[in-house]
Write a protein that binds this ligand. Structure first.
Ligand SMILES: [Zn+2]
Length: 364
C-alpha cells in the first residue's frame, strides 16, 4: 500500500499559471487539465495512424534521446559530499515555503507543455540576488562548478521576478540540472524542518558542522536524511508471441496517467519481496523471473525507486484492488497509450516506453 502523500507514479501535473490572481490561476489550471485530457484522448485514439508511429520511435527514452531527472550532462555532475562551505555571492541559495521553491520562470511553457513537449525554463536565486543574508544557511551539494545552499529561515526577502512554485509543478522545467537541484533540495529542506526537535528527548537539535547529520545536544541522537525505498514493477507476459504489460491507474487522482504497479518497501522486507507483495495486492498476480532494471531518486516524495521487470507466473487474470486503483488491465505493445512519450523525468515513463518500443528486448 502507498502511504500519504500520494506516491510517485510519474503523473503529469495540471498546468503552471503564474503571476496571476488565485482565481485566474485556478481557471488556467482547469483549462490545462482539460487540454491534458483532450491531448490524451487524441494520442490514445490516434495510435493506429502513422502519426503515432512517428511520435513513438522518434522521441522515446528507450532510444537514448531522453533522460531521467537525475541524468544530465557531465558538466553538471552531482557531488553530494558535505563540507562546511561558506556561501559566495554567485552560489545558488534556495529557499522553500510550505514546500514551494523560490523560482524565477524565465520562459513560460508552450501550449503543449503538459504533454512534455516544451516545459518552462527556470532560474533559481543566487546569494547576491537575495539582498539581506538569511540567518541560517547550510551547504547542500554541487552540480559541476555550481554550488547550492539552503536558507532555513522561515522567510527570506523575495527578489524581483521570483515567486514560490510547487516543485512537482516544475517537473518538466528546464534546465534539467536546476530541476534536479530544486527537487533534491526540497527533500533536504523537509528533512531539516521536520527534525528541529529531537524525536527521542524533545530538545532542540543542531546541525553537525562537518557532516550531513542533525544531532541532539542532550541525548546525542543522530538523524540522517530520510530516504524511503519503493519499487516499480513492470509485469509482463510474452507467451504465444504476444508481448503484453499490466498498466494501472490510481484512484482519486485528477490527472491519473497509466502507470506500473508500485509501492513502498515495508519494514524487514527485501525489494524482491516488495515486488511480489505489491503485484499480488494490487492486481492479484504471481510473478517470476524478476530482473532489476535501474533505480531513481524521486525527491518529490523522499523516495528511492527501484524498477523491476517481471513475468506473470501462472494465471494471468487480474484481480484489481479497487481501494487503491481505479483500473488495471493488460496492454499489448501496440495498445500502450502514448501519453508517456514525453515523460522524460520518471522511471515509470521510461519503462513503459521501453517496453512499448522494444518488448521483451527491454531486459534481454
Ligand atoms: Zn535528544
Amino acid at each position: 500500500m502507498w502511504r500519504s502523500p500520494p506516491p510517485y507514479n510519474g503523473t503529469a501535473f495540471p498546468g503552471r499559471a503564474r503571476s496571476a490572481p488565485p482565481g485566474v490561476r485556478k481557471a488556467a489550471r482547469a483549462v490545462r487539465r482539460c487540454r491534458l485530457f483532450l491531448g490524451y484522448l487524441a494520442l490514445s485514439f490516434s495510435r493506429a495512424c502513422m502519426w503515432s508511429g512517428c511520435l513513438g520511435v522518434g522521441r522515446g527514452q528507450a532510444d537514448g534521446g531522453e533522460s531521467m531527472i537525475q541524468e544530465f550532462e557531465r558538466e553538471h555532475a552531482f557531488d553530494n559530499a558535505f563540507a562546511p562551505h561558506e556561501a559566495r555571492p554567485g552560489d545558488y541559495l534556495l529557499h522553500f515555503r510550505e514546500g514551494a521553491c523560490l523560482t524565477r520562470v524565465t520562459h513560460v511553457g508552450g501550449a503543449d507543455a503538459d504533454a512534455g513537449d516544451s516545459g518552462e525554463v527556470i532560474e533559481l536565486p543566487r546569494v547576491e540576488e537575495l539582498g539581506r543574508r538569511p540567518r541560517q544557511v547550510t551547504y547542500l551539494f554541487s552540480l559541476g562548478p555550481e554550488r547550492f545552499f539552503l536558507a532555513l529561515d522561515d522567510r527570506v526577502p523575495v527578489p524581483s521576478g521570483f515567486s514560490y512554485e510547487s516543485v512537482s509543478w516544475l517537473r518538466r522545467a528546464e534546465p534539467q540540472h536546476l530541476l534536479f537541484a530544486a527537487a533534491t533540495a526540497s527533500q533536504l529542506d523537509r528533512w531539516y524542518r521536520d527534525n528541529r526537535f529531537c524525536g527521542r528527548c524533545g530538545a532542540p537539535t543542531e546541525l553537525a558542522p562537518t557532516s550531513r547529520e542533525i544531532v541532539c545536544p542532550e541525548c546525542a541522537r543522530i538523524v540522517y536524511p530520510k530516504i524511503c525505498p519503493g519499487v516499480i514493477c513492470a509485469v509482463t507476459s510474452c507467451e504465444g508471441g504476444e508481448e503484453r504489460i499490466v498498466l494501472t491507474r490510481y484512484a482519486g487522482r485528477t490527472t491519473a496517467l497509466w502507470a506500473l504497479v508500485a509501492g513502498f518497501t515495508e519494514i524487514g522486507e527485501p525489494l524482491e519481496d516488495t515486488v511480489r507483495r505489491e503485484v499480488a495486492e494490487e492486481v492479484g498476480l504471481s510473478v517470476k523471473n524478476l530482473r532489476f532494471y535501474k533505480s531513481q531518486p524521486w525527491s518529490f516524495t523522499d523516495t528511492l525507486m527501484a524498477g523491476f521487470w517481471c513475468e506473470v507466473d501462472g494465471d494471468d487474470e487480474l484481480s484489481v484492488d479497487r481501494s487503491e486503483l481505479k483500473e488495471a488491465r493488460w496492454f499489448r505493445r501496440d495498445e500502450i497509450p502514448l501519453e508517456r512519450v514525453g515523460d522524460r523525468a520518471s522511471l515509470t515513463g521510461e519503462m513503459i516506453e521501453r517496453f512499448r518500443l522494444m518488448g521483451r528486448r527491454a531486459w534481454e
